[in-house]
Design a protein around this ligand. Structure first.
Ligand SMILES: [Ca+2]
Ligand SMILES: [Ca+2]
Length: 197
C-alpha cells in the first residue's frame, strides 16, 4: 500500500466509478475469522489455494475475495503482495483476522500441483504487478511481475494444469484480469473448506 502512487490512486478512483457495484450473496457476520493452524494443516495439501476476504479499503474493488496465496506445504505459502512482491509467508499470517477464508483445490493431479508449487517458488523476489488496477488490466503466465491471483493462475497454466480463470477473456467487471473471485468460481477449482465469521 505504501508504494501506490497518486496516479494509481486516481486510476483506482476512476475504476471504482466505472465498475458496477456487486451485491454479494455470501454474507459474513460483523467479526473476523482466524483458522487454527492445526485445523488448516490437517486438510491442506501443497498446491492448494488460500483465498481470503479482508478489509483493506483498496481491495474492495476486487470483489468478494481479495487475496490469493499458494500453499507450498509445512505451513508456508507463496504470495504476491504490494509491499514485498512474490515472497514466502507463514500460513498463519494469511488465514488470521480475515472476514472470510477459503481453502480451494484445483482439479488436477498431485504431480501438477507439485509443479505449480515449484513454479511459484521460482518466481520468488519478483515485484508486485499493479497492472490489475489499470483497467482493463491483463495477465501474463511468464511475467516479470505478478499480482496475487495472477501468480496462482499462472502456476497451473504453466505446468500442465487447467486455466483457473473463470472468465479467460474480457469481462466488464474484471477486464482482462484474473481476479480472486474468478479463481474461486472457476469450474476447475473447488472449495475444500470455507470459514466465515
Ligand atoms: Ca503480470
Ligand atoms: Ca478473467
Amino acid at each position: 500500500m505504501r508504494r501506490i502512487s497518486v496516479p494509481v490512486l486516481a486510476l483506482l478512483a476512476v475504476s471504482l466509478l466505472l465498475l458496477p457495484v456487486r451485491v454479494e450473496a455470501l454474507s459474513t457476520g460483523g467479526g473476523y475469522v482466524t483458522v487454527p493452524l492445526d485445523t488448516f494443516l490437517a486438510i491442506a495439501r501443497p498446491g492448494d489455494l488460500i483465498i481470503v476476504r479482508g478489509d483493506a479499503w483498496y481491495m474492495k474493488i476486487a470483489g468478494y475475495w481479495h487475496h490469493v496465496a499458494i500453499y507450498i506445504g509445512n505451513g508456508y505459502v507463496v504470495e504476491a503482495t504490494p509491499d514485498y512482491g512474490v515472497k514466502i509467508s507463514h500460513v498463519s499470517t494469511v488465514v488470521s483476522n480475515r472476514l472470510a477464508v477459503g481453502l480451494f483445490r484445483v482439479k488436477t493431479t498431485d504431480l501438477v500441483r507439485g509443479r505449480a508449487v515449484q513454479f511459484v517458488l521460482a518466481q520468488l523476489g519478483k515485484p508486485y504487478d499493479y497492472g490489475w488496477l489499470l483497467y482493463p488490466g491483463g495477465k501474463q503466465v511468464y511475467g516479470a511481475s505478478y499480482y496475487c491471483s495472477e501468480l496462482a493462475w499462472a502456476s497451473y497454466l504453466a505446468t500442465g494444469g487447467p486455466d483457473i480463470d473463470a472468465n479467460p477473456g474480457f469481462t466488464l467487471r474484471y477486464g482482462f484480469n484474473v481476479a480472486p473471485d474468478e479463481i474461486a468460481m472457476d469450474n476447475d477449482v473447488y472449495p475444500v473448506a470455507v470459514w466465515t465469521a
